[in-house]
Design a protein around this ligand. Sequence first.
Ligand code: UDP
Length: 332
Amino acid sequence: MKILVTGGAGYVGSVCAEVLLERGHGVVVLDNLSEGHRRAVPAGAAFVEGDLADRQGLDRLFASHRFDAVMHFAALALVEESVRKPGAYLVANVANSIHLLDAMLRHDVGQFIFSSTAAIYGEPEVVPIPEEHRTAPINPYGRTKLAFERILEDCRISAGLCYASLRYFNAAGATPERGEDHRQETHIIPILLQVALGQRPHFEIRGTNYATPDGTCIRDYVHVLDIAEAHVLALDHLERISGWVFNVGSNRGHSVLEALEAARRMTRRSIPAVAAGRRAGDPPVLVASSQKIERELGWRPQYSGLDAIVESAWAWKQKFPQGYEVSPQAAG
Ligand code: UDP
């Protein structure tokens, strides 16, 4: 199949592009490089630098390729930033996503896989969280993703769109060539590894008085390759599962302190840590029930497990200590 991957220069999108190419699909990456890196785009993919706000550019793109499906990763995805800049999140995650949907439907491309998020659940009433759990996001990021899930369902009913929404929990880990490299890093594992390499003086534990066993937030860390596999499986089964949502998580939660210990263990570095205030918009616990994706798609996390995730991220970090832009070894 020929697949348009929006945000394919970003973390999850570039790994998914890598896996799609390995499975013999054709891949065109569309990315505005605001967060993504040109070097993260696999060599086998065609690259188009462009923005989803550019409706004419989207029309040209769909006119010049016969896409079978779209995987939509391009988004703003930082909880705390979304609390400060909700308008930017609405534009990027809702308005621009509508432009994409509109262009694809006008060009008769009817298959769509959406990168959704565990943030749409808000503070869970049941853990692990099943897909039927009520959706009540507590930050603008989650609200924009939920809004677009609802738009997709409207388009399924009105225009016959065939889609699935994958609600990622905490994407983490790396492949040998692709890893997590944000210009302003806020994610726990890359920050821990920056401290391990001496690029930051210490790690800040953001909140130590949550109602969790050790007082720190609990998250479900899922390897980015397992997330990519979920996309491949969803695409294979899309007609049967159209309109469905799936959690992509490992069923297991780890606290911030456990992640810190795993990083110390896997890097064999000391990683100094200090207690710091809570981060705005953070729910205390997010852990997926992965029963539905296992039952319906046969998905099994192959690479997840906190130590294995940190180990793969550490291997990438040692190879690309300054990230993609200034590393001597460019991704191929
Ligand atoms: N976190 C932390 N210190 C940091 C970065 C993150 O304690 O320097 C915590 C954060 O508050 C959250 C968890 O680690 O509870 C995971 O944060 P991350 O930003 O990686 O993912 P999120 O859950 O926000 O998508």
